[in-house]
Design a binder for this molecule. Structure first.
Ligand SMILES: *[C@@H]1O[C@H](CO)[C@@H](O)[C@H](O)[C@H]1NC(C)=O
Ligand SMILES: *[C@@H]1O[C@H](CO)[C@@H](O)[C@H](O)[C@H]1NC(C)=O
Ligand SMILES: *[C@@H]1O[C@H](CO)[C@@H](O)[C@H](O)[C@H]1NC(C)=O
Length: 505
């Protein structure tokens, strides 16, 4: 199966319409979700924000003075909305921290909207090792040796250095503050930047951050079951309680006694449309298939409504249930049908490799072209999460699924040669008191986003609000508002802008 990484899934509608889904290899990014939004899609006419691409000569290693190697890091600057550049101006520099995906252009965000109304300069920085910002070229950067400089601390030092350089090059007055923002993994980075570089970043938006999901930490231990539970609740919210119950019964059948007998395995294989040769002959195989099926809802809720109010495959699944026998095995075939249509381009059956439990001995290294390669390395080195690392247990309707740290760690050692895997960034494991002491941090979440349990969900004080957009998915509040934007997201964005206005302008 392909674990979901978070933020790589920003949606550009034009690209979504154009991309014909292909049958996915294990690690391939879902083509429909793999692109970056651009302010001005090719052929759409003039860019009203005047965004230009640039390179910055960046240090490979910020923490070793003797290492003078550099590389070219991509960034984009948009200055058309920066109206008052003179001394005393308070129009901020908005800095987008790129996440675990190529940043092929700037994009229209909640802050391009704010700058449109109130003025500001916009900077978008690609994260090292993604897109074109590789330290040692497109191949050597992704060998185990080449990946050595991929740490969140190095990436944060990059963002800091470019921000200071841009301020200098553009003569941004001292009175104008920097506002940082990011989503998902880079939402973590946004929160971390406020604590680590408080004098540079005056306020930040951490959209759908996953600060509680660093694999192997105490916070992860406490929260690791909640995504599975939350997906079940979201199915009930979107498709009704009966749909949730039906899915629970299907998973009950899949994980129940049937797989222990030859006849039972045959029944399950037929219901789930497994390809010949794929037998549920071990608990690992049962867990792998369960997690693969769960992943379809994960993906659906992570991007629900991103194509507009009708973009709701879960509601469609729930209404399609009527076409399947009203038995646990009947629903299991509906579940398989859903997964094959969403994630396998309507394949007739499911292969063993499609549904193997993640990070076993046969689990491959991601392809070199895939953003999942550097991001999985970040997971191995510092514990940044993918969906396959989170657990399930009743009352989750997906039954049991576990990913013990020793299993993942062994895979990381073998595949990436990391001697001491899963060392969370010690200096960045902040708690609510740290956030409150820093202040000016907005944590925002989507109500049905499976990543939501990894975020800060309770307002810690006036300067650390936690905002939730009901019914919204992952990082939805980052996007500029348009006619498809949910009312709840519009309301969240109004609050975000009001906080920034109060703290910055
Ligand atoms: C940035 O550097 C790369 C590689 O050195 C080069 O191909 C690209 O044209 C440069 N981009 C800009 C905007 O200068
Ligand atoms: C899923 O079920 C629907 C309704 O029965 C059917 O039209 C469709 O062909 C099925 N898709 C797959 C991939 O089996
Ligand atoms: C959200 O705001 C946008 C931009 O103002 C608007 O076009 C859209 O209709 C709003 N959404 C709803 C549900 O009101």
């Amino acid at each position: 199966m392909r674990p979901w990484s978070l933020l790589a899934v920003f949606l550009a509608l034009a690209a979504a319409a154009a991309a014909g889904p292909v049958r996915q290899g294990q690690w391939q990014e879902d083509a429909v979700r793999d692109f970056t939004r651009r302010v001005a899609p090719a052929g759409a006419g003039a860019d009203p924000y005047n965004c230009q691409p640039f390179n910055f000569t960046q240090r490979v290693d910020h923490f070793d003075r003797k290492n003078m190697r550099t590389f070219q890091q991509r960034y984009y600057l948009c200055d058309a909305l920066w109206r008052n550049r003179g001394p005393g101006s308070r129009e901020p520099l908005f800095v987008y921290f790129g996440g675990e995906a190529a940043l092929d252009g700037a994009f229209a965000s909640v802050f391009t909207d704010q700058a449109q109304a109130e003025g500001g300069l916009l900077l978008f920085i690609e994260h090292r090792y993604y897109g074109k910002s590789y330290p040692f070229g497109p191949k050597a950067s992704y060998t185990n040796e080449g990946l050595r400089y991929l740490t969140v601390e190095q990436a944060m030092a990059d963002f800091h250095a470019i921000t200071l350089a841009v301020r200098k090059a553009y003569n941004v007055p001292r009175s104008a503050k920097n506002v940082g923002y990011g989503g998902s993994y880079s939402g973590n980075v946004a929160a971390y930047m406020r604590l680590r570089y408080p004098h540079t970043f005056h306020a930040v938006l951490a959209s759908s951050s996953v600060v509680k999901f660093l694999f192997g930490t105490e916070a992860w231990e406490r929260n690791k079951y909640f995504s599975a539970i939350s997906i079940g609740n979201s199915i009930a919210e979107v498709g009704g309680a009966r749909c949730k119950q039906a899915v629970a019964a299907a998973f009950g059948a899949l994980q129940g006694p049937l797989w222990r007998t030859k006849d039972g395995r045959a029944q399950l294989a037929t219901a789930a449309s497994l390809c010949p040769g794929f037998t549920l002959d071990s608990w690992d195989a049962v867990e792998g298939l369960s997690n693969f099926f769960e992943g379809t809802w994960w993906g659906a809720f992570q991007s629900l409504f991103s194509g507009g109010p009708d973009d709701n495959p879960v509601a469609q699944f729930c209404s399609n249930l009527a076409y399947f026998p009203n038995t646990p095995l009947g629903v299991l075939s509906a579940v398989s049908n859903f997964t094959r249509s969403q994630d396998l381009n309507n394949a007739a059956c499911i292969d063993r490799q499609d549904a193997q439990k993640a990070y076993g001995v046969d689990y491959p290294r991601p392809d070199i072209e895939d953003d999942m390669l550097p991001y999985t390395y970040q997971g191995c080195l510092q514990g940044f999460p993918t969906s396959a690392l989170l657990w399930s247990a009743p009352p989750s309707i997906f039954g049991r699924y576990s990913m013990p740290p020793h299993r993942f760690a062994a895979w990381c050692k073998r595949v990436f040669g990391i001697q001491r895997p899963l060392q969370p960034p010690r200096g960045l494991l902040f708690n609510q008191w740290d956030y409150l002491a820093a202040g000016n941090i907005i944590f925002s979440s989507g109500g049905v986003d499976p990543w939501r349990p990894g975020n800060v969900l309770q307002t810690l004080g006036d300067t650390v609000p936690a905002l939730t957009s009901a019914g919204a998915s992952h990082c939805m509040d980052l996007d500029a508002a348009n006619s498809n934007t949910l009312a709840s997201v519009n309301a969240t964005q109004a609050l975000i802008k009001a906080y920034i206005r109060k703290w910055v302008y």
